[in-house]
Design a protein around this ligand. Structure first.
Ligand code: ARG
Length: 492
């Protein structure tokens, strides 16, 4: 699923302890002009990022082609140079994709690896590509292009998760289950009502990613190092070619802004927190003590010592991975804190947390989509659980209020009914009429409709309520909002 997942490139444990000086004949530094000594071997390795930023190659090449097209349009490259650069970049992309490209850590990063190779392939035209550009606007451009693709993929995955939730909910608008507060049975709800709560959380997450995308989709290209460039660049042209909404308004900000990456990680963290909550519920639901759902075998593991076990490892891992996603957000916030304008090398450290966040979140969303599509609910067990724990006590209180009792008095009467039912080890609907009438003379035969699960559910028949009729309407509205949001429309 993630072919370029090299977030944590392996490095031997003793890598930092054996420095080998670089000879000047090996000097391949593209910026080495004023340097009389070779870079210390340790420093070269310490500062290199190609281990992890090589995964930006496709977006780096896209950005370079757009830049070359613009340089041609404004007359910095002639036609032959332009053709050599564009063909050379296409050839390099082919080499990388076929695994033939020799990444060289001495060339630091993805940008200089590709540029050096271009110059090898096409000569001086390759050296002209960096006119009116800096690695500062280049890396910001690449990262935004890459992240935009990731956001689109995440939004698609969230859309699948949301659709799966609605499909499952549609089958369970009449399935009672206990609703909880403080993890104590509170009031009966339908399983659909619960799934629709998950839906609302994830729909807000999708909106947040869509909003984040708007701030990601701005072009730093042409900002050069920090001040702009003395060449007559056409920033609107490169922005349009790369599908950006507009050029970034201020060059100084554009090369140092990593808000877009932090915002993505913040939205991802909130999404991961939501998924961790769902997964905690799944872990409870699949335990034999609850037995509300069964997960597909393919999503569980057994125990090497306890043959009866079927462990919900995937939900547990999704729950755990929230920690790592939140950690990445924290890493980026601290990375940026106190940085003066504009680009500082600190910013090279943005990539691993960002890449890892996207990879981790996409893995989690894939797992959740599959689990929701394949899990098997057990309506009888849910119903039995809803019948325990006196979950219709509030309905009895509401009933007494309708019979004219003030709510606080009704609350006290119900407490005594519950006491009685608990002592007799029966449900509220099984307490005999004589007992009920001893506790409150206003109670009549019609109370049993109220104490039954169906009566309790049907009574909450308004927008947002758990009644089967309201829930069916909610699913219809949810489907419309899911589709409207697909087109970037209003989803509330
Ligand atoms: N590898 C660098 C990064 O990821 C690219 C930008 C370097 N710019 C510079 N002026 N050293 O941030």
């Amino acid at each position: 699923m993630f072919p370029y997942n090299r977030v944590c490139a392996t490095r031997p444990d003793n890598a930092w302890s054996r420095p080998e000086p670089m000879s000047s004949s090996q000097d391949s530094r593209l910026w080495g002009g004023r340097f009389r000594e070779p870079t210390d071997a340790f420093v070269a390795e310490f500062t290199a990022s190609v281990d992890f930023d090589s995964r930006l190659y496709h977006h780096d090449i896209r950005g370079s082609i757009a830049h070359a097209n613009m340089l041609r349009a404004v007359g910095v490259l002639d036609e032959a140079e332009h053709k050599a650069v564009v063909d050379g970049l296409a050839a390099i992309e082919g080499e990388i994709e076929r695994g033939e490209f020799a990444w060289d850590p001495a060339l630091e990063d993805v940008h200089m690896n590709i540029e050096a190779r271009l110059t090898t392939l096409v000569g001086d035209a390759g050296k002209k590509l960096h006119t009116a550009r800096s690695r500062n606007d280049q890396v910001a451009t690449d990262t935004r292009l890459w992240l935009r693709d990731q956001i689109d993929a995440v939004v698609d995955q969230l859309t699948d998760v949301l659709a799966n939730l609605l499909n499952l909910a549609a089958q369970h608008t009449e399935t009672p289950m206990p609703g909880f507060t403080h993890l104590q049975p509170a009031q009966p709800i339908t399983f659909a009502h619960h799934l629709l709560a998950w839906f609302e959380m994830a729909l807000r997450d999708r909106e947040r990613f869509q909003e984040c995308r708007r701030r990601v989709n701005v072009s730093p290209l042409g900002s050069a190092a920090l001040a702009g460039t003395s060449f007559p660049v056409d920033r609107a042209m490169t922005a349009a070619e790369l599908g950006f909404d507009r050029p970034a308004a201020n060059a100084l900000d554009a090369v140092s802004d990593r808000d877009f990456a932090i915002e993505f990680c913040a939205v991802a963290s909130l999404t991961a927190v939501h998924l961790s909550r769902w997964c905690e519920e799944l872990v409870l639901w699949v335990s034999p003590q609850w037995g509300f759902v069964t997960l597909p075998d393919a999503y569980c593991t057994g125990s090497s010592i306890m043959p009866q076990k079927k462990n919900p490892d995937v939900p547990e891992l999704v729950r755990g991975k929230a920690g790592r996603v939140i950690g990445n957000l924290n890493a980026l916030l601290v990375l940026m804190k106190g940085q003066p304008l504009a680009y500082n090398r600190d910013n090279q450290e943005d990539k691993q947390p960002l890449f890892d966040t996207a990879d981790t979140l996409r893995g989690c969303l894939r797992a959740m989509g599959d689990i929701i599509a394949a899990m098997r609910p057990h309506p009888q067990t849910m119903r039995a659980a809803a019948e325990r724990g006196f979950a219709t006590a509030t309905d009895l209180a509401d009933y007494l209020v309708r019979k004219g009792l003030p709510f606080r008095d009704a609350h006290a009467v119900v407490a005594r009914v519950v006491e009685h039912a608990a002592a007799a080890e029966v449900g509220l609907a099984e307490v005999p009429m004589t007992t009920l009438r001893q506790l409150c003379g206003r109670i009549g035969q019609d109370v049993y409709g109220v104490l039954a699960l169906e009566g309790s559910l049907a009574a909450r028949d308004h927008v947002g309520g758990t009644a089967p009729r309201a829930t069916r309407a909610a699913i219809e509205s949810a489907r419309r909002r899911l589709q409207a949001g697909d087109r970037g429309g209003e989803t509330r």
